[in-house]
Design a protein around this ligand. Structure first.
Ligand SMILES: NC(=O)c1ccc[n+]([C@@H]2O[C@H](COP(=O)([O-])OP(=O)(O)OC[C@H]3O[C@@H](n4cnc5c(N)ncnc54)[C@H](OP(=O)(O)O)[C@@H]3O)[C@@H](O)[C@H]2O)c1
Length: 175
């Protein structure tokens, strides 16, 4: 049975999000691919799948933007079976160590990488609840967010946002 899938952060042709979009389309699914700015590669892909690829504009740092994208999706589909929270960020200082790192860059990164996926889950929950097969939400974390395996002295922003994502998704398992 074909699925209705939402994937975030899909505009870069060499990156995971775009290639997941391609895979699900090749599999026969309908895909809602979100970008925060127009993507030529995605527009080109839409020419091959005009009926099953829907491009949504969504900045996951913004509740207003995510809610607007969810309303747009509700006009296009009656359900979602899968969300892949792929979009993430890292600041310009991500490879720097503490003495050189601008700590004010951490909170905005956490807003995107940890709060963003839960913002998406919350806004699209009504569509997920209409899935006939039991909807699935996949949050892509990273080994960089593991406290147990932490060995790096950089990735202060990226590691923190992924650790926060690991924590923030736990209550969703129990909901
Ligand atoms: N690459 C790795 O080695 C690796 C390892 C472990 C885990 N991961 C995880 O796997 C996933 C994919 O990795 P990747 O390397 O393919 O990703 P990537 O190339 O860094 O792409 C990230 C995507 O997120 C989008 N994005 C950033 N901020 C956003 C925002 N505020 N709202 C909406 N979209 C936003 C970017 O959009 P723009 O194009 O507009 O900037 C981009 O399309 C990520 O979650 C990453 O943390 C990757």
């Amino acid at each position: 049975m074909s699925q209705h899938v939402l994937i975030t952060g899909t505009g870069r042709p060499y990156a995971l999000g775009f290639n997941l979009v391609k895979r699900y389309l090749e599999h026969g699914d309908s895909v809602f691919a979100s970008v925060r700015r127009p993507s030529e590669a995605l527009e080109e892909l839409k020419r091959d799948y005009p009926d099953r690829l829907h491009i949504l504009t969504m900045d996951i740092a913004s509740t207003e933007s995510v809610n607007a994208a969810a309303r747009e999706a509700e006009r296009l589909t009656d359900r979602l079976d899968l969300i892949v929270n792929n979009a993430t960020t890292a600041s310009a200082d991500t490879m720097k160590e503490l003495p050189d790192f601008d700590l004010d860059l951490i909170a905005p990164a956490v807003n995107v990488g940890a709060v963003g996926p839960v913002r998406v889950l919350k806004a699209f929950l009504p569509l997920l609840k209409k899935s006939a097969v039991g909807a699935l939400v996949v949050n892509i974390s990273s080994e960089a967010g593991s406290i147990g395996k932490c060995y790096r002295t950089f990735y202060l922003d990226y590691g923190t946002e992924k650790a926060a994502l690991n924590m923030l998704e736990q209550p969703q398992h129990r909901a």
